[in-house]
Design a protein around this ligand. Sequence first.
Ligand SMILES: [Zn+2]
Length: 430
Amino acid sequence: MMALKFIIIIISIQCLVSYVSGIKSKVLLISMDGFRWDYIQKASTPNFDEFAAMGTKADYINNTFVTKTFPCHYSIATGLYEESHGIVANQMFDPSYPIPNNTFNMKTKDTEWWDGGEPIWVTARKNGLKSAVYFWPGSETKIRGYRPNIWFPYDESVSFEHRINTVVSWLSDDQYDIDLALLYFHEPDATGHKFGPDSNEVKNKVVDMDNVLGYLMRKMTSAKLWQTTNVIVTSDHGMTEIDYATRHIDLSNYIDIDQSMTYKTYGPFSNILTVDGLEDEVFNNLSKAHEHMKIYRKADIPDHWHYKNNRRILPLLAVADEGWTIVKGPEDYNLTVKGAHGYDNRLQSMKPIFYARGPNIRSNTTAFPFNSVDIYPLICELLGITPAPNNGTLDNTNTFIIDNSTGSASYTWSCSTLLTICFIIVFLHF
Ligand SMILES: [Zn+2]
């Protein structure tokens, strides 16, 4: 009985020590949209280089399928695959919602579309912290009863410098006292679409974004935020070269689109809902239509995409090979667009960057590539809060996390061990 009491006391103290010494930092999560992992090799990027030397980088991370802006950003924010959080495309159809509320586009803010996942700014608020978001898909919607403490309607015209000044004030100014901030930039995505990933314009935009990062780093230094704030810089997807003129798959060549489909999307993939009774016919026609397009029935979508178990994933999914575009007819060719994303997330061209720096991030470290869904539990760990159920793991990121609340990564373990030994000695003496 006495021994049991001692064991209980030891376990309690171990738990208490672990809790007291856990990380409780501020976190700033930044997305530079469409920043393909190898863009960094295209130009001189002294600020990214310094950021990496002071912190940790991965050559790339593995994002989610489909590799589109809204789904991938929501996977970063929630730690969930797209089939789990329900933002399965930038344009969607939900068969359970009444007309005309059954379609989603990038302006849709109704809660029911977003409630399938719990974004990090909501988890922070549920845990008693304050969160603020300078643009992120979902941040304009009340989700699971919460909004960020501060958020704005999306406005691309706001300068990047103003966004940075604002976010730094949130983290440093007592009047805001924000624990978690998210910050979004729509470049280099916009330039990648317009000119293609191998263009000089993208190379110049990478230099611009390096300067944006440099500006942020100087503002962080002036505000003395590096002692308190861990900063993550990542992106949603990469970019590949396309050419509508020579690499398009025109569905109207193989099927009467208007007569056979009630909902469909176009681009690197197509989500298709057919007219009742025509699913087999559409599947059969499209399955042998084009050597650069595969069509799947929902049940046969490959498991590795984690893109199946959601009612918004429609009965048929067509996926184009890299660089090919599914269109509805010649009027759909957009010859001014030279780059696209949305393809298979296993393609190297679809993978984004990852950098992290701060008081709890190892310096001068290169991490093995991990999954974008691991970022959500990583941020929860850095904030010292309990994550909602998610598809990520800390196993891949704990190699570069430092719990230096007492100056040592191994403090929690060693202190607990020491206390255990002490109690064993006391126990044996009596
Ligand atoms: Zn994007």
